[in-house]
Design a protein around this ligand. Structure first.
Ligand code: ATP
Length: 248
C-alpha cells in the first residue's frame, strides 16, 4: 500500500483545465521530485494531496493515520510583526525547547533560534520551515519549491538535509523543484508534470525521456526549450481539448 496516491486527478479553474488525469503513488521512504514549467500545476497537485484543494475529478487515497509535514512555497511574515524563530516553532502547538533545538539543527539552522523570522535570509527561512515541518515526525514531507532563491551549493545542502531527515525518520519526501541538476542527483524518482504526467521514473530514465527533453532540453539549450514549451503551454491552455503533448 502506497502512503498516498492520486487517481485520475483533474482540476479545473473556470475554463482552464490545470490538471488532467494525473495518477501517482508515493511509497514509504522514497524521495520524489515533481518538475515542470511554470504554471504546469505542480503546486495545485501538492495542494490536492495535502487536502486544501478539492479536485474536480478523481480521488486521493491516503494510508490510515498518515502524518504529513508541509513546507509551502511562500509564507509571508510581516516585518513589523515581532516573531522569533523559537516562537514560530511553537505554532500551532508548543514544543519543548530540546525538540525545537534538535529540529532546527537537523534542518541545518541550529544557530537561528533566537532570531526574528523577518530578519532571516531566504535559505535560513526555508530551513526554519523545514524544521517546523519535521517536528510532527511526518510519514511524508511535502515541500513546494523549498530551494527557490538558493544558490546551487545552498540547494545541494538543502537536499542533503532532506536525505538525512529521510534516513532518520524513514519518511517519504515529495518536493517541487526547478533545480534540475540537483534534482537529478538527489531524487529516487522524478515526475515530470505539464498539466498531465509527461514522464516519470528514475532520474536517468526521465532525463533521457523525449517528453522531458522537449520540456527542458539538454545542457545549455534547456532554457530555450523551456521558453518554447511555455509558449506551447499557453496555447494549450487556450485550447484545452488540444493536448499535443499527450502522446509522450
Ligand atoms: N485558486 C486558483 N484559481 C484560479 N487559477 C489558479 C488557482 N490556483 C492556480 N491557478 C492557476 O493554475 C495554473 C497552475 O498553477 P500552479 O501554481 O499549480 O503551477 P506551478 O506548476 O506550481 O507553477 P510555478 O512553477 O510557477 O510555481 C496557473 O495557471 C495558475 O494561475
Amino acid at each position: 500500500m502506497a502512503l498516498i496516491a492520486a487517481e485520475g486527478l483533474g482540476v479545473r479553474f473556470g475554463a482552464v483545465q490545470v490538471l488532467h488525469d494525473v495518477s501517482l503513488r508515493i511509497e514509504k521512504g522514497e524521495i520524489v521530485t515533481l518538475v515542470g514549467p511554470n504554471g504546469s500545476g505542480k503546486s495545485t497537485l501538492l495542494r490536492c494531496l495535502i487536502g486544501v484543494q478539492r479536485p474536480t475529478r478523481g480521488r486521493i487515497l491516503k494510508a490510515a493515520g498518515l502524518r504529513v509535514g508541509y513546507v509551502p512555497q511562500k509564507l509571508h511574515i510581516d516585518a513589523t510583526l515581532p516573531l522569533t524563530v523559537r516562537r514560530f516553532l511553537d505554532l500551532p502547538h508548543r514544543v519543548p525547547e530540546a525538540e525545537a533545538r534538535a529540529a532546527l539543527e537537523e534542518a541545518g539552522a541550529g544557530h537561528v533560534m533566537g532570531r526574528q523570522m523577518a530578519d532571516l535570509s531566504g535559505g535560513q527561512f526555508q530551513r526554519v520551515l523545514l524544521a517546523r515541518a519535521i517536528l510532527s515526525e511526518p510519514d511524508i514531507l511535502m515541500l513546494d519549491e523549498p530551494t527557490q532563491g538558493l544558490d546551487q551549493p545552498g540547494a545541494a545542502g538543502f537536499y542533503q538535509s532532506l536525505e538525512a531527515i529521510r534516513g532518520r525518520l524513514g519518511c517519504a519526501v515529495l518536493l517541487v523543484s526547478h533545480d534540475l541538476h540537483v534534482v537529478m542527483s538527489a531524487s529516487d524518482r522524478v515526475i515530470c508534470l505539464n498539466g498531465h504526467v509527461c514522464c516519470e521514473g528514475t532520474p536517468a530514465v526521465v532525463s533521457a525521456a523525449p517528453a522531458y527533453r522537449e520540456l527542458f532540453g539538454t545542457g545549455t539549450k534547456g532554457a530555450l526549450a523551456l521558453y518554447r514549451h511555455q509558449h506551447d503551454h499557453a496555447d494549450h491552455a487556450a485550447h484545452p481539448h488540444h493536448h499535443h503533448h499527450e502522446e509522450a
